[in-house]
Ligand binder design. Structure first.
Ligand code: ATP
Length: 267
């Protein structure tokens, strides 16, 4: 069954502290989703309506999916990561069935965070929202989202997209993706933190993290992760060729930065 086989359940806990920068984003998710999930009574007492999710948007590789994992980690919930395109099926009615099965299976394994990635796959440009086929799919997803309850089902729904303008406006109504949160390229301080996070635990000489951040303007978190992988591979290559171990140096990282380009530019 196509839709179900694409569901990834991740058990390894990622937490907000593993996400570099994005302080406001983490705070928004904490207030809107994590905290009402953990202490619903508090929200009730103060008359703040809980429920509804956030839609994360922004260039690729800047941590949307990673934030989904971290949200699940903070809630001590399972993460169901779904590419929306994978639940689509050309047979009339089959996508709707996939959507139902997906929500049912998340509910059965509660507490769960259901992360709907690439929400634009059912948007205007790609899917022609006006076609009856697409309308049926959108309506099914909307009704499942309305039915999903943080309280009774212990289910949170999050969405992500690189193309927010393609997401059907019906998804922004109360109880659905009420809040749009921009997940942008890391600023200088965040890049410093991301270098530290990704190099943590590897043998390194004392590194000038501020310099690394200065060299990587417009690099995404994923780009920085790649820079670190590339440098580390190069060092290993060296070690195996020479037969002596050595730490990762500034010069290794500088070279891998020079060999790469920031990917957020094209967004
Ligand atoms: P896409 O739109 O392509 O799905 P995305 O925004 O969902 O991109 P992620 O998959 O979350 O990007 O990021 C890719 C990887 O980059 C993550 O697994 C993570 O290791 C790293 N990464 C990205 N941003 C950060 C960050 N702010 N802090 C730490 N790691 C990050």
């Amino acid at each position: 069954k196509k839709g179900e086989s694409q569901v990834t359940v991740l058990d390894k806990a990622v937490r907000f502290m593993d996400v570099g920068g994005l302080h406001d984003v983490k705070e928004a998710i904490r207030m809107k989703m994590v905290q009402p999930f953990l202490t619903p009574e508090l929200y009730d007492r103060y008359g703040i309506r809980a429920g509804g999710g956030v839609l994360l948007y922004g260039p690729p590789g800047c941590g949307k999916t990673f934030l989904g994992k971290a949200t699940a980690g903070e809630c001590q919930a399972k993460l169901f990561h779904v590419q929306v395109a994978d639940i689509l099926h050309t047979h009339v009615g089959a996508s709707e069935q996939n959507i139902r099965a997906l929500f049912d299976s998340a509910r059965q394994q509660k507490p769960a965070v259901l992360f709907l990635d690439e929400m634009d796959a059912i948007g205007y440009h790609r899917g022609k929202a006006s076609s009856p086929w697409m309308r049926g799919i959108i309506d099914q997803l909307l009704s499942e989202m309305d039915r999903a309850s943080m309280r009774a089902d212990r289910l949170l729904v999050m969405g992500a997209t690189n193309m927010p303008w393609d997401v059907d406006p019906a998804f922004h109504r109360p109880g659905r993706f009420e809040k749009m949160v921009f997940v942008g390229p890391p600023d200088r301080a965040a890049r410093e933190t991301i270098f530290q996070l990704k190099l943590d635990g590897r043998p390194v000489e004392p590194l000038d993290y501020a310099q690394l951040a200065a060299w990587t303007e417009l690099y995404s978190g994923a780009d920085i992760e790649y820079v670190v992988e590339l440098a580390t591979e190069q060092v290993l290559h060296d070690i195996l060729a020479k037969g002596t171990e050595r730490p990762i140096r500034m010069s290794d990282l500088r070279e891998s930065i020079a060999a790469t380009r920031p990917t957020t530019i094209e967004w």
